[in-house]
Design a protein around this ligand. Structure first.
Ligand SMILES: Nc1ncnc2c1ncn2[C@@H]1O[C@H](COP(=O)(O)OP(=O)(O)OP(=O)(O)O)[C@@H](O)[C@H]1O
Length: 496
């Protein structure tokens, strides 16, 4: 992740080249001194010559790359122009680093209008840390203890757009089955309204979204809101089934059908009969398995391995994937005929970083939950800790947020979670432990295998944690070829 400082160039920065005591370094040079940024993105509408002179001077003070953005403002207080220039610089930077950035805005250089726009952006569209600097106090993080998106989005959301209104008009007024999906973002509202429609119409549903966005949660809510609510909901992780076991796992088997088939066994389809079969990670299903599943869906019946008697099926299929199924079909990795059978209603859950307003709401919700799990009194969260959470890009989405808050709750000794507790929970890389491992004495007997095992156990555990207990996912995270190899490692290191 690249650390980027974004700032306007202010008058006191330009004057700093004179190196006079009365002016000092200027806010930008003050902020870049030894702070470890990977890129300093500077916006300016001052004349070319002055800016070039300043950038040359700044380059002698820092080895960090400096990227310049030219803005043409009719006035340094024109909010629209400042806003557009700021957005252009930040979005270009994010694109350049594939959104893998930790951005900081510098509030001090420039006019108050420029600072106001940074605050607005940091709290809404482009979350970032805010800093300010002064000659007396040096560089400080500006702690701004409110969440603009959380404050304003409810009001925006009330102005429901026409499409959502139409969707809602077709629905019964209450849908408590979806209450567990905490959201306030308008895109999520539309998604839930569509899910409610799909639920009552009993059609096959395909849910797409990154890992941890809540696909299974949505699938369960769809099941509960449909006419099969009282019937079984069977969740299957398609990525965890070895291809040679697909038939017996999905269709069941007769006793003696193959070595190891000690008794009759129902398959997932039969177990879910009259209810819902949730096919998680459908994109991981090998092509050979796709054909067999398609046949069952087309014929509406299943035959256990080793049996001749077909069993009639009445199963609703809800499938989920973190891949783009259209792309999988185009690349020939997923059968188009199976895709069209599954994708009658397609619901796309946006990643958490794109759901403005949801992070704050989820933080409050999970803090209450974490308390229930730990049986303690409710922890509060400081404004700077909340800001850190609001600014994090959450590649692991809601699951990562939940786990981070769980960890932070564990580490917090007082009644308020502080920014440091969040940092600790966000980056639980055991750096000190790593140093400790590398610095051990080898003079008096050493056990290299024991040390390697210690490292392996540490990362295997973290991989499983990050993958939510799913071995295929954990294998991918840890760079192992498949879940079987991971299983072998877990066994070898006593974690199975
Ligand atoms: N909007 C939400 N409100 C409350 N909890 C949520 C929300 N979204 C997800 N969660 C919680 O986050 C965790 C991950 O959600 P879930 O397992 O449904 O994600 P997923 O997309 O199916 O993940 P994967 O692709 O890794 O299987 C669960 O504990 C779930 O309850």
């Amino acid at each position: 992740m690249k650390r980027i400082l974004v700032s306007w160039i202010g008058r006191s920065d330009l004057l700093a080249v004179e190196e006079s005591d009365s002016i000092g370094l200027g806010p930008i040079a003050q902020a870049v001194d030894g702070t470890g940024y990977d890129d300093i993105v500077l916006i300016s509408d001052y004349p070319e010559q002055e800016v070039t002179c300043y950038l040359g001077w700044l380059a002698t003070r820092t080895p960090t790359k400096i990227t310049r953005h030219v803005a043409r403002l009719t006035s340094p207080t024109n909010f629209t122009e400042i806003y557009e220039a700021a957005i252009a610089a930040v979005s270009e930077t994010q694109k350049r680093y594939n959104n893998d950035t930790l951005i900081t805005y510098h509030l001090s250089p420039g006019t108050p209008a420029m600072a106001a726009v940074w605050i607005l952006l940091a709290k809404t569209l482009y979350p970032a840390t805010l800093i300010q600097s002064s000659r007396e106090y040096g560089v400080q993080v500006a702690d701004i203890p409110f969440d603009i998106s959380a404050e304003f989005i409810p009001r925006i959301a009330r102005q429901i757009d026409e499409r959502l209104e139409k969707l809602l008009a077709a629905l019964p007024p209450e849908a408590t089955e979806f209450d567990s999906i905490i959201h306030r973002n308008p895109v999520m509202q539309r998604l839930i309204a569509k899910a409610r429609l799909a639920a009552i119409r009993s059609v096959p549903v395909l849910i797409e979204g990154e890992s941890g966005t809540g696909k299974e949660l949505l699938a369960r809510a769809i099941h509960r809101a449909g006419i099969r609510a009282e019937k079984p909901f069977v969740a299957v992780n398609c990525g965890a089934i070895p291809s040679e076991l697909v038939e017996s796992e999905f269709f069941g088997h007769k006793k003696g059908a193959f070595t190891g088939a000690a008794s009759d066994r129902k398959g997932y389809f039969e177990s879910a009969n009259s209810g819902t079969l949730f096919l998680d990670e459908i994109g991981e299903l090998p092509l050979s398995a796709q054909v067999k599943i398609l046949r069952v869906l087309q014929e509406g019946e299943v035959t256990r391995v080793g049996d001749a008697r077909p069993i009639k099926l009445d199963v609703r299929i809800v499938a989920a994937t973190n891949r783009s199924m259209m792309q999988e079909v185009a690349a020939g990795r997923f059968r188009a005929d199976l895709f069209y059978r599954l994708a009658v209603a397609v619901l796309f859950i946006p990643p958490l970083r794109e759901r403005q307003g949801d992070i704050g709401l989820l933080i409050d919700h999970f803090l209450e939950q974490a308390v229930i799990e730990n049986c303690e009194t409710r922890k509060k969260i400081s404004a700077s800790a909340r800001n850190l959470l609001l600014c994090h890009p959450w590649p692991g989405n809601v699951r990562e947020l939940l786990n981070t808050l769980r960890r932070a709750t564990v580490w917090t000794t007082g009644d308020t979670i502080q920014a440091d507790d969040i940092r600790e929970a966000l980056f639980p890389v055991a750096l000190q432990r790593a140093e400790h491992i590398l610095g051990r004495s080898i003079a008096e007997g050493f056990n290299i295998q024991g040390v390697i095992a210690e490292i392996a156990r540490h990362y295997l555990q973290r991989g499983m944690d990050e993958g939510g207990g799913n071995k295929s996912k954990a294998a991918k995270i840890l760079g192992l070829p498949n879940y079987q190899t991971l299983s072998n490692w877990l066994k070898k290191y006593g974690l199975e």
